[in-house]
Each structure stands twice: as C-alpha cells, then as structure tokens.
Design a binder for this molecule. Structure first.
Ligand SMILES: [Zn+2]
Length: 301
C-alpha cells in the first residue's frame, strides 16, 4: 500500500487548459481517465516547489509541475503508471500531462508510458534520446511506445516558462541515457549509471565503460544542488563525486589485478574496497562490478 505524503499548495490561477510545451516548436495535449492500484510500496515526495519524486518499489521517477501542465519522466511499469497518474492529478488537478521523458530505453524504467498517456487522453508527447528510438521500435512493446520526439544533444522544454532541460552526456549505462535538470529548483535526475552511495548493478552488463567514465565527469559538471536517482535516495552533488571516486578506485584495483596477472575469478575473489562496504548493493554486487570492469579492461589491453 502507498505511503503518499506530499504538500500541495494551491495553484490558484492555474486553472489548467491549453497546454504549451514550448520546445520552441511543439504544441501540446490534454486529460483523461483512471485505473486501480496494487501492492507495491510507493511514495510521492515534493523535493522542491512543483518537483516531485515518485517512488515505486525499488524505482524512482520524477515529475515537474508547471503552469501549463506536467512533464513526467519514466513511468516505471503499467501498474506504477496508474498510481503515478493519480499522484500527478493530486499534485496538479486538471492539468494536462504534456510530456513523458524516457531516461533511457530500458523497459524496467520506461514501461507504463502507453498506460500513462492513455489515462491523460492519449496526446502526451513521448520524448527520448535518438538512440532510444531503434531499440524501442524493435521491441514493439505497447507498454513502451517509441518516442514521438527525439533529440541528440540537449533539449529544453519550457512549458509555462519553466525549464525542464534534457541533457545527453554520451553513452554510459546505455547509449540512450539522458539526464534531466530542473534549473530553477537546481535538481537533477539520473538513472542507472549513477546513484547515491550504491555500487553498480550486478556486472554492469550494458555499460559502455570508456564513455561511462566520461559521462560521470560530465554529470558532475552540470549545475544542480540535489540529484534524484532511478534507484535509492536523493543525493547532494557530492553523491556524484563519490560515485566518481568509487569507479575510479574500482578501476585502479582492477588494473592492479591485471598487472599482477590475476584471473577474473581471482580478481572477483580478492579485490575489496572497504571504504565502500557500507554502500547499497556492496554485498550482492561488488564482486560482479569487479568482473564487469575486469572483462572490459582485459579486452582493452
Ligand atoms: Zn537501465
């Protein structure tokens, strides 16, 4: 069951109505129906004025309320999308859902966009990086419709004059990964290639490592004070610096293992980074992180 807590202030003059997704060019969209919920734990937290984190099980997403309507990131799943729709409606009654933004093309975050869009009347624009298009066309998954609008480097949505900036930092966890920024709230949103004091997921299977390290640095160069993640708690900007330190230390440790002639199994068994032992996922995934990085670095030698 849900533990929804939020503080919704009155948005007096914002009676809703015609939506303007000012991407410079695009126009936009309306409202619709509703469906029911189920058992996964969920919560909605207002991180800053009109910037909400919606958590569903182990997943987080973000939605941003503007005077012209709402921009939402990953709907997470069909079931999550039904609750997310209720939460968007509670936060912004009568407002249209202008856009759904995919952080990347993986279905465990992007699913539910079909459901969410239908609930809001079917005209919500779905936005993703251009590298998300082909995999989603191939997947032909009705729960993850391909984006209607793609971009390559950066896209600024300015509904009601409030900017939601989408930034591509190059490949990282996937080649389709983008980061969201709400500049007026100094909040960022990043998924799967970075988190708050957590090691990477399993063996970092989809990571494109060389670019991944660059993407971490590029993320650290963006302007924000707090950052919400696809998994785990919100962090301050030092959370990103700690991730950079972790992956740097991991890379150095694997390099030493390679220099010493250790096999992958030996590296996975012997390497430990005690200063990160308290991090989320360390017990389950640290040795797998070693393996993933070992395979890449070994192949690069
Ligand atoms: Zn992913």
């Amino acid at each position: 069951m849900g533990v929804a807590w939020k503080e919704i202030r009155s948005r007096s003059r914002l009676a809703s109505v015609a939506s303007i997704l000012a991407i410079g060019v695009l126009g936009g969209l309306l409202a619709g129906t509703e469906a029911s919920a189920q058992e996964t734990e969920w919560a909605t937290t207002e991180l800053a004025d009109g910037v909400f984190q919606f958590s569903y099980g182990a997943y987080n997403t973000l939605f941003v309320v503007t005077t012209d309507g709402v921009v939402a990131f990953d709907p997470i799943s069909d079931d999550a999308a039904r609750i997310l729709a209720q939460e968007i409606r509670a936060a912004a009654p009568g407002f249209p859902l202008l856009a759904i933004v995919y952080s990347h093309h993986h279905a465990d975050h992007a699913s539910g966009a079909g459901v969410l869009r239908a609930i809001f009347g079917g005209r919500t624009l779905i936005i993703g990086h251009e590298n998300a298009l082909q995999p989603l066309l191939e997947a032909a998954n009705p729960s993850v419709p391909p984006p209607d609008l793609t971009f390559s480097g950066r896209l600024s949505l300015k509904p009601g004059g409030r900017e939601v900036r989408l930034v591509y930092l190059g490949p990282s966890h996937t080649a389709s990964m983008i980061v969201g920024l709400v500049p007026d709230a100094r909040i960022a949103f990043a998924v799967d290639f970075v988190a708050n004091d957590r090691v990477g997921y399993r063996d970092l299977g989809s990571h494109q490592f060389r670019e991944f390290f660059r993407a971490l640095e590029a993320l650290d160069a963006l302007e924000f004070d707090r950052i919400a993640f696809g998994h785990g708690p919100v962090g301050d900007r030092d959370a990103v610096k700690r991730q950079i330190a972790y992956y740097g230390d991991l890379r150095d440790a694997v390099q030493r293992a390679l220099d010493a002639g250790w096999s992958e199994d030996e590296a996975a068994e012997r390497i430990s980074l005690d200063e990160y032992a308290s991090w989320g996922g360390y017990e389950e995934w640290f040795a797998l992180n070693v393996r993933g990085l070992y395979r890449w670095m070994a192949s690069e030698r």
